[in-house]
Write a protein that binds this ligand. Structure first.
Ligand SMILES: Cc1cc2nc3c(=O)[nH]c(=O)nc-3n(C[C@H](O)[C@H](O)[C@H](O)COP(=O)(O)OP(=O)(O)OC[C@H]3O[C@@H](n4cnc5c(N)ncnc54)[C@H](O)[C@@H]3O)c2cc1C
Length: 280
C-alpha cells in the first residue's frame, strides 16, 4: 500500500490547536498510520493486511513486547509555538528534527507567557522541581503577576529600542526572558513521540509542557488510533516495579505490610495509586 490517508488526521491537518495563553500546536503533515505499522511488521514474512481485529492484536503485541521499530515507520511533523522555557525542556528529546525561528534573523514578537492566576503556587516541599498544591493568597498571586508583566514590558521596550537603533538582532535579543514565545517545526517518528508523551504527560513534568503533551496526544491518536490505544494501555497507564517493590506486592497479596520504607515507600505507594487511577 502506497501513501496512507487517515481521515481523522486529515480532519485536523493544518489547524492550530491552542496551548497556554499564546501558544499552539498544528499538525503540518504525517506519513503512515496504523496500517503502515502493520505492513512493516508483517513485511518480514510477506503477509499483507488482515482483519482490523488482527491488526489491533498485532499492534498490541508489538507495543507490549517493545518491538518498537515498526512504530518508527510513522512520522509526524508539527508546527509549535511555546515559551522558551518550555522549548528548553522539549529540545532535550534528541531524536526529533527541529527548525526554530531565529532571533538573529527575525525581530521577536511582543508575546510572553503569563500564567493564569491559579497556576501561581508555592514551591513544593516534596518535589524540588515542582509547585505545591496549596493555593497562594490572591494578594500574593496578584503581586507575582504584576512583577512578571512589568519585567516583560520593560525588557521588550529595551529590546525594541536597540532594534530601532539598528543594533544587531542577535545582540538586542540577549536580555529577553524565558517567558518569550518561540516557534519551531518539529518532526519525529511515532516510537520516539510516544516516549516524549510518556515523559511529558507525566505529573513529574512541568504543567506548561504537559499542556502541549495533551494536544500532541490528541493528534497522535488521530494519526494512529490503534497504536495510541496500545501505548496508553502498555506504557502511559502502566507502572514498572523494582525487585524490592515486587516483593512488597507479594507481601500485600499475602495480607502483610509491604515493608518498604522512606522514599521507597512513597514511590511505591504513588505507583499503587497510579494503578488504581488507571483502572478506575
Ligand atoms: C520530569 C523531568 C525532569 C527532568 N529534569 C532534568 C534536569 O533537571 N536536568 C536535565 O539536564 N535534564 C532533565 N530532564 C531531561 C531528561 O534527563 C532527558 O534528557 C529528557 O527527558 C529526554 O529523554 P530521553 O533522553 O529519554 O529522550 P530522547 O533524547 O528523545 O531519546 C530517546 C531515546 O534515544 C536514546 N538516545 C537519543 N540520543 C542518543 C544518543 N546520542 N546516544 C545514545 N542514545 C541516544 C535515549 O537514550 C533514549 O532511549 C528531565 C526530564 C523530565 C521528564
Amino acid at each position: 500500500m502506497a501513501h496512507i490517508v487517515v481521515p481523522e488526521a486529515e480532519a485536523i491537518l493544518d489547524k492550530e490547536f491552542p496551548a497556554l495563553d499564546h501558544g499552539f500546536v498544528r499538525l503540518v503533515d504525517y506519513m503512515g498510520g496504523d496500517d503502515r505499522i502493520v505492513q512493516s511488521a508483517r513485511v518480514s514474512y510477506g503477509q499483507g493486511t488482515k482483519t482490523v481485529r488482527e491488526d489491533r492484536g498485532l499492534i498490541e503485541y508489538l507495543m507490549s513486547h517493545q518491538h518498537s521499530s515498526p512504530f518508527e515507520q510513522v512520522i509526524l511533523t508539527f508546527h509549535c509555538k511555546m515559551p522558551i522555557f518550555v522549548a528548553r525542556q522539549w529540545i532535550r528529546h534528541r531524536t526529533a528534527r527541529v527548525n526554530e525561528i531565529s532571533g538573529r534573523y527575525s525581530v521577536m514578537e511582543d508575546e510572553f507567557y503569563v500564567p493564569a492566576e491559579e497556576q501561581i503556587r508555592y514551591q513544593s516541599q516534596s518535589n524540588r522541581q515542582g509547585r505545591a498544591n496549596d493555593e497562594v493568597p490572591p494578594e500574593l498571586s496578584q503581586k507575582v503577576l504584576k512583577i512578571l508583566l512589568k519585567g516583560q514590558r520593560e525588557l521588550y521596550e529595551t529590546y525594541s529600542d536597540m532594534i530601532e537603533d539598528n543594533i544587531a538582532r542577535e545582540l538586542a535579543r540577549i536580555n529577553l526572558p524565558l517567558s518569550l514565545y518561540t516557534q519551531w517545526y518539529w518532526q519525529i517518528d511515532l516510537h520516539n513521540l510516544m516516549h516524549f508523551l510518556d515523559l511529558r504527560l507525566d505529573h513529574h513534568a512541568q504543567w506548561e509542557i504537559r499542556e502541549y503533551g495533551k494536544v500532541i496526544a490528541m493528534m497522535t491518536n488521530a494519526v494512529a488510533p490503534m497504536a495510541y490505544a496500545a501505548f496508553e494501555k502498555h506504557v502511559l497507564n502502566a507502572v514498572r516495579f523494582s525487585g524490592a517493590e515486587l516483593q512488597g506486592l507479594a507481601n500485600l497479596l499475602d495480607g502483610k505490610e509491604h515493608g518498604l520504607k522512606g522514599i521507597g515507600k512513597t514511590e511505591f505507594e504513588l505507583k499503587l495509586q497510579k494503578v488504581s487511577h488507571s483502572s478506575s
